[in-house]
Unconditional design. Structure first.
Lengths: 279, 300
């Protein structure tokens, strides 16, 4: 197996991954995302990647921010067409970069997530008040960027927050507040590694020292199902009270390793070997 | 003509850039066929997701209970547009367009890549994730090069660079705004393009002549439009382009270059050139949507 690791920067997580590929005597090249280009000429699309010849590789590991979606999505299609294995499939970045779309997709696929109302404009808040039970999270988005996140405890507060929103708003999400500790899950194929962070009422956030936990089978399956249904084999999934509250295409290997005292990079490499049939 | 057996309901969803005249023409054309016609601006839509269900609503109306919907959505509507199309595709509403088509047609490089794969004639096109690959890209694409914002429309965000000296400030500007760089071969043409309105199996062609001193052929930039007989030699190509994007209605823009035809872009939500053609294309689009709705409901 030969792997290309694509990332926006060679951070510690990426370094750990590259070292592990090397330990296992697997040829792995790193390329910074900003060095990449796609070139279409007739039927053929080439991946231009500095000195890396994509044709020689049979797997890609990609780690990119949601803002890279316009480049990553056509790249994922090209990789799939060439039969090159990648941790993300086409559509996965469209889904995880657009959070309102992600919530809609999860719930429509029967994946447990907090009840979510998505409004095209904050002016529609009055329409959802009668059916809203408080507290809720109020989230506003301009393009794919979250511009506002607040916990709101009453109708009057919600109306006030909506009214005070300034600037471009493409969507507003009013989501049931899922009370409980947050489970931060690293999904790597069929394995899930997780830690817990307690909810702090005073801070209105999940703060405090992360604690190692064992997930129940149900929680494990939920995390895997959420990632897979959004087109991801490797992902970070956040659970609160048995519900999915977020899925990200990126995995902070370094962060998880520190808390869990594990080597998640080994799990990633093992998974890649399994997926490419390499030993 | 197909017969209907029960009242039929049509929904028009108007994106943020929807032109009033075009929308009015569509509504009036729809009223000739459908018993109930509702036009909803996108910013009046809400989506309720709970217990495994997603509901698309305008006030207390469930929008998935319509028989047909024509969502005239633009890139500016992307956040809600993806969700709306996803819900409609998974409902019983007849849609003359698709979510895939919306995502691809609103991305100039992605469009070219997908059309190239089905052997449609496309200009050499590149997409760079950063500034660094630009030199090697422009060597492949060649000068003059057309630089495009991925989601520009109406000729906006389309720039021509004849040399690296002209290209560099464009690239620098795009970088400031954190835009990806799409560079395309300049197709030398005869001063007009062919806008092909695809309506099912039919194609209606309009020649758009660029005004003097302008190389872009958008009517909004002063181009003159004239309906012409559609050249049958392009039929298979144009239909293939619309089909691969899952679009029953769209427009495909073709340039007759010196080296042969080139497909430049596909419009998910084509302007209807009301200035020159009045409600002609609205009538044609709605006739198609009506007939297909009947077929889809097995009322034909």
């Amino acid at each position: 197996m030969r792997v290309v690791v694509i990332a926006e920067a060679k951070n510690k997580s990426i370094e750990l991954l590259l070292e592990k590929f090397e330990d296992k005597k697997i040829e792995a090249s790193y390329i910074r995302l900003s060095k990449l280009a796609l070139l279409t000429e007739g039927k053929k699309t080439e991946v231009i990647a500095d000195s890396v010849k994509f044709a020689n590789y049979d797997a890609v590991f990609i780690s990119a921010e949601p803002t890279a979606t316009p480049f990553v999505e056509p790249l994922l299609v090209e990789l799939q067409d060439r039969g090159i294995y990648c941790n993300a499939r086409p559509e996965s970045f469209y889904l995880t970069a657009n959070k309102p779309y992600m919530y809609s997709a999860l719930i429509s696929k029967g994946i447990s997530a907090p009840a979510t109302r998505i409004l095209a404009s904050p002016a529609l808040v009055d329409e959802v008040l009668p059916s809203t039970k408080f507290p809720v999270f109020f989230k506003a988005y301009a393009s794919l960027t979250q511009t506002q996140l607040m916990k709101v405890n009453s109708s009057s507060a919600l109306k006030s927050v909506a009214k005070s929103l300034q600037g471009k708003t493409d969507a507003v999400v009013i989501q049931d507040f899922a009370k409980g500790d947050r489970l931060q899950c690293a999904v790597i194929g069929k394995e899930v590694y997780a830690y817990r962070q307690k909810w702090d009422d005073a801070e209105a956030a999940h703060t405090g020292k992360p604690q190692v936990i064992s997930l129940s089978d149900k929680e494990k399956q939920l995390a895997i199902k959420a990632a897979n249904n959004l087109g991801l084999d490797i992902a970070t999934v956040k659970l609160v009270n048995g519900m999915v509250v977020d899925v990200s295409a990126q995995l902070n290997i370094e962060g998880f390793n520190k808390v869990l005292s594990k080597e998640l990079e080994k799990a990633v490499v093992d998974y890649y070997q399994q997926m490419t049939g390499a030993r | 003509m197909a017969k209907k057996q029960r009242p039929l309901k049509f929904l028009l969803i108007e994106g943020k850039k929807s032109a009033d005249k075009a929308a009015r023409n569509i509504i009036n054309a729809a009223k000739r066929h459908f018993d109930v016609v509702l036009s909803v601006p996108i910013d009046k839509i809400r989506i309720e997701c709970a217990n495994g269900k997603t509901r698309l609503r305008y006030r207390n109306i469930d929008l998935t209970k319509f028989d047909a919907c024509y969502p005239r959505l633009f890139y500016e509507d992307f956040v809600m547009g993806q969700i709306i199309l996803d819900i409609l595709e998974n409902s019983d509403v007849f849609l003359p367009v698709s979510l895939d088509g919306y995502q691809i047609a609103n991305h100039k490089f992605y469009t070219t890549m997908v059309l190239g794969k089905v052997d449609a004639p496309v200009p050499v096109t590149a997409l760079a994730a950063g500034q660094e690959p630009i030199t090697s890209i422009t060597e492949s694409v060649g000068f003059p090069v057309v630089v495009k914002l991925l989601s520009g429309f109406g000729g906006k965000g389309v720039m021509l660079a004849k040399s690296m000296d002209e290209l560099k400030p464009i690239i620098d500007t795009l970088n400031v705004f954190k835009e990806f760089i799409c560079a395309q071969e300049f197709v030398k043409n005869k001063g007009y393009d062919l806008r092909c309105y695809v309506v099912g199996n039919d194609i209606h062609a309009v020649k758009r002549f660029a005004p003097k001193g302008e190389w872009r052929t958008n009517v909004s930039r002063g181009a003159i439009a004239k309906q012409v007989d559609f050249p049958d030699k392009y039929r298979e190509t144009i239909q293939k382009c619309a089909k691969v994007l899952g679009l029953g209605v769209c427009s495909v823009d073709l340039l007759e270059g010196e080296a042969g035809p080139s497909i430049i872009e596909i419009n998910f939500c084509p302007g209807m050139i009301v200035k020159y053609f009045g409600d002609r294309f609205a009538q044609i689009f709605m006739e198609y949507i009506y007939e297909e709705t009947l077929k889809s409901k097995m009322l034909a």
